[in-house]
Design a protein around this ligand. Sequence first.
Ligand code: BES
Ligand code: MN
Ligand code: ZN
Length: 509
Amino acid sequence: MTFPISFLNKETSKSDTAVIGVMEGNNLLRSAKDFDKMHNGVIAKYLKSQAAFKGKNGQTLVMSVGMSDLKRVILLGLGEKNKLDVVGFEELGGNLYKALQGAGAQNVDIIADDIEQVGKKVSMADSAVHLASGMKLKSYTFNKYKSEKKEADKPTEIEQINIIVTANSAAKKGYAIQEAITEGVFLARDLVNEPPNTLHPESYAEKIRDELKPLGVEVEILDEKKMAKLGFGALLAVGQGSIRESRAVIMRWNGGAKLKKGEQNPIALVGKGVTFDTGGISLKPGAEMDLMKMDMGGSAAVVGTMKAIAGRKAKANVIGIVGLVENMPSDRAYRPGDIITSHSGKTIEVLNTDAEGRLVLADAITYIQETYNPKVVIDLATLTGAIMVALGFEYCGAFVNNDTLWKQLSEASDATGEKMWRMPLDVAYRKEVESEIADLRNLGNLGRYGGACSAAAFLEHFVNEGTEWAHIDIAGTAWWKSDKATTPKGGTGFSVRALNAYIAQNFEK
Ligand code: BES
Ligand code: MN
Ligand code: ZN
């Protein structure tokens, strides 16, 4: 579903639905009062007759009217004064979007002047921008595989949303940036939702090129031949059981100042892109294995972030790399017991072929460091079930080797509502993944206890001394089984907004 959102300084006369804001205690916003006055006070009167509606944040009440084109007025509960941050406005927008859909609204005017009153240090323009952004984020659908419905069976769709604010030109500007970010989120969701028979490493690599090249991102695809030459023994081992060839894709956005000679690249993002994880020879149980199409969620976050920053022409230099493989059992699959040699030269004893993500990431992390010498490396991966045991579906886990980087990430997390919890790195975990017969083993020696921590420690063995590094385990947040305020169920696009904010806040000043 796509519909335009416009910011206007006065109402249209064509809308079938008007939305007006009501604060807790049923105080109408000033703009809502004006609207009510224009309509002879019917709204205030109606409100008095509806005892259940209290103006609490997110509450909605649909009031049918018959005034020329206007069919309904939706009263939107805003809650108390001075409460909402930008994330709060987005959640409000998401809830409003649901109500609009439920009411069958098509052309909508949202009377939003004054709405910043319920905000906590958010300007009028930003209040409107994030309300709009929340609606857009919530409107995402993935229905390309649904057969066409007959015209008569189609639900009514929203055609146009107008947000009426006096700060309309500032809001319009702000929303353009937000919309580019949302496009990145939508791409990440699309990639995660795409089924594994159509999204495999080769088609995925091409999709990345097709999406990002037109935006000015340089895209380089490494095929198996090139990776074999480079000695990507870990990544290639994971992919060798599949009929689909593995790929690595490097993305470069050069929006910042040209690097001086010897200057480090500022930042590299690394993503796990297992397009389907059967577990390999260490086969997963059958129940819900279909969900393992989302095992490329980390790579989707990287690709989505590249799209977001290119789309808004970020003044920063950002490098991305994703390792794309399919983890399949077959007669040529890698086995438990195999010892493989990673691109770093470190040998790895494979004890479980289902602990494949860390192998893919190891080679990608080594390659990006040796090729681009980044100051900061952030990897994203649906790496362990253990992080879900620890944090559930609300927070992702962040393993960060530098306190400043953690502070920056946690600020970006707070600013976007993509919740992040710091997890421990420790030499004891690093020891857990040392092998008796090779340099490393791909499984901690405590079994599933602390599994997210030993996985992070495994990756730490591939991070150069002095590199600021964060590993973000998004196994619990890349896919949600139920709706949230601004996120429909399915692929979430989680991390795109936080990474974008991290880049905006730290590299574009
Ligand atoms: N892709 C999985 C982790 C995962 C599980 C992501 C559930 C999303 C939802 C990963 O490759 C995996 O299989 N991890 C194993 C590691 C174990 C074998 C050490 C796990 O978590 O069980
Ligand atoms: Mn696995
Ligand atoms: Zn996996």
